[in-house]
Write a protein that binds this ligand. Structure first.
Ligand code: CDP
Ligand code: CDP
Length: 205
């Protein structure tokens, strides 16, 4: 039996932080699907065709240097609007989700397209200003030279493109539980997510 937790939400809402911690808490596998699109974006920046890059993607590409850079995020978001790019990445994500045991995947279309049968769907949000501030602090702490304004612009531009595209747009699944983390610490957001998973898995007390 597989058990899947699907986490979606806009840029820097806290999907990855919650997803990784949930996976550690329950002993589940974790996949940051944004890395797939970032890896394609990085290859496009190096001159590759987006569809060919997506079709040729291998696991090591997800460990490439510099995938967290804001320019790569923008290139990822542009490539992610191409239906053939998305189609090329579906099988890998579904295979990851459906192996025996538990899995947590985070992205934009996990609950709607990749894992519509997921036992738990979370839609993680926070205001654009809160998200941009978190991402700004994270980028500065990891040695990137960015300004607050640039990061806010990046977040808003990607949210707009990701929400408006025809192919698997960013939106909550009908049965997703919304988690607004604007005023939550990481610990509080994680506690809320753990409670939701326990309730859905019937392991809550
Ligand atoms: O995966 P996603 O882009 O949605 O966001 P993230 O990488 O998990 O979180 C972005 C930043 O916000 C990280 O530096 C987290 O530590 C921070 N964060 C926070 O300050 N408070 C939360 N409730 C969640 C995340
Ligand atoms: O961490 P952050 O939320 O800033 O971005 P990410 O999750 O690494 O995703 C980078 C870009 O990939 C997004 O802006 C989306 O355009 C795209 N993406 C997608 O279309 N579908 C997914 N399942 C994951 C990411």
């Amino acid at each position: 039996m597989s058990f899947t937790v699907a986490i979606d939400g806009p840029a820097a809402s806290g999907k990855g932080t919650i997803g990784r911690a949930l996976a550690a808490h329950f002993g589940f596998r974790y996949l940051d699907t944004g890395l797939l699109y970032r890896a394609v974006g990085a290859k496009v920046m190096a001159g590759a065709d987006p569809v060919e890059a997506a079709r040729a993607l291998v696991a090591e590409d997800l460990e490439a240097e510099g995938l967290r850079r804001p320019e790569v995020a923008q290139a990822a978001s542009r490539a992610a609007a191409i239906p053939e790019v998305r189609a090329a990445l579906v099988d890998f994500q579904r295979a990851f989700a459906t192996r025996a045991g538990g899995a947590v995947l985070d992205g934009r279309d996990i609950g709607t397209v990749i894992c519509p049968e997921a036992q738990v769907k979370l839609f993680v949000t926070a205001t654009p200003e809160v998200r941009a501030e978190r991402r700004y602090l994270e980028l500065v702490a990891t040695g990137h030279e960015v300004s607050r304004d640039e990061v806010l612009e990046d977040v808003k531009a990607r949210d707009a493109r990701d929400s408006a595209r025809a192919a698997a747009p960013l939106k909550p699944a009908e049965d997703a539980v919304r988690l607004d983390t604007s005023e939550l610490s990481i610990d509080a957001a994680l506690a809320a997510a753990v409670a939701i998973v326990e309730e859905r898995s019937g392991s809550g007390g």
